[in-house]
Ligand binder design. Structure first.
Ligand SMILES: Cc1cc2nc3c(=O)[nH]c(=O)nc-3n(C[C@H](O)[C@H](O)[C@H](O)COP(=O)(O)O)c2cc1C
Length: 119
């Protein structure tokens, strides 16, 4: 399962290219199976509030995080939500996408998904 948050559509586009079972974060969502989280980065490298709320209730089945950001924000803020989630919830940061990312990123995500989420 892929669980995602998307505000302006980049993450949604990535998720549709991956062609896996997926669900968008909404209030009160409770997951009872392993999942890969894909999120965007909010201002000053922040984790979107809805993603933090979701993780507080759903950390048990989170196997890893993929983050999208914009490298124009500079090295320390680029995709910083990914490092914050990885540190706080002790899950691997699978990859950092610049906006919608590239094919090489999708290959990394696919491999992780097959070995660490479905396994
Ligand atoms: C208000 C705002 C603040 C943002 N702040 C950051 C940031 O601090 N670091 C970063 O890497 N990207 C930042 N971004 C870029 C988004 O994370 C990036 O465009 C992402 O691909 C959006 O995903 P989405 O289209 O699925 O919402 C910001 C975008 C917006 C609109």
């Amino acid at each position: 399962m892929i669980v995602y948050a998307s505000r302006t559509g980049n993450v949604r586009s990535v998720v549709s290219k991956l062609e896996k079972e997926s669900i968008e974060i909404s209030e009160g969502l409770l997951l009872k199976e392993p999942y890969l989280l894909i999120t965007y980065t909010d201002g000053l490298g922040a984790v979107p509030a809805k993603v933090s709320h979701f993780l507080e209730e759903n950390r048990a089945f989170c196997k890893g995080v993929v983050v999208s950001g914009n490298s124009n924000f500079g090295h320390t803020q680029f995709g910083a939500a990914g490092e914050k989630i990885a540190d706080t919830y002790e899950v691997p940061l699978v990859c950092k996408l610049d906006l919608r990312g590239y094919q090489a990123d999708y290959d990394v995500i696919q491999a992780f998904y097959e070995t660490r989420v479905l396994a």
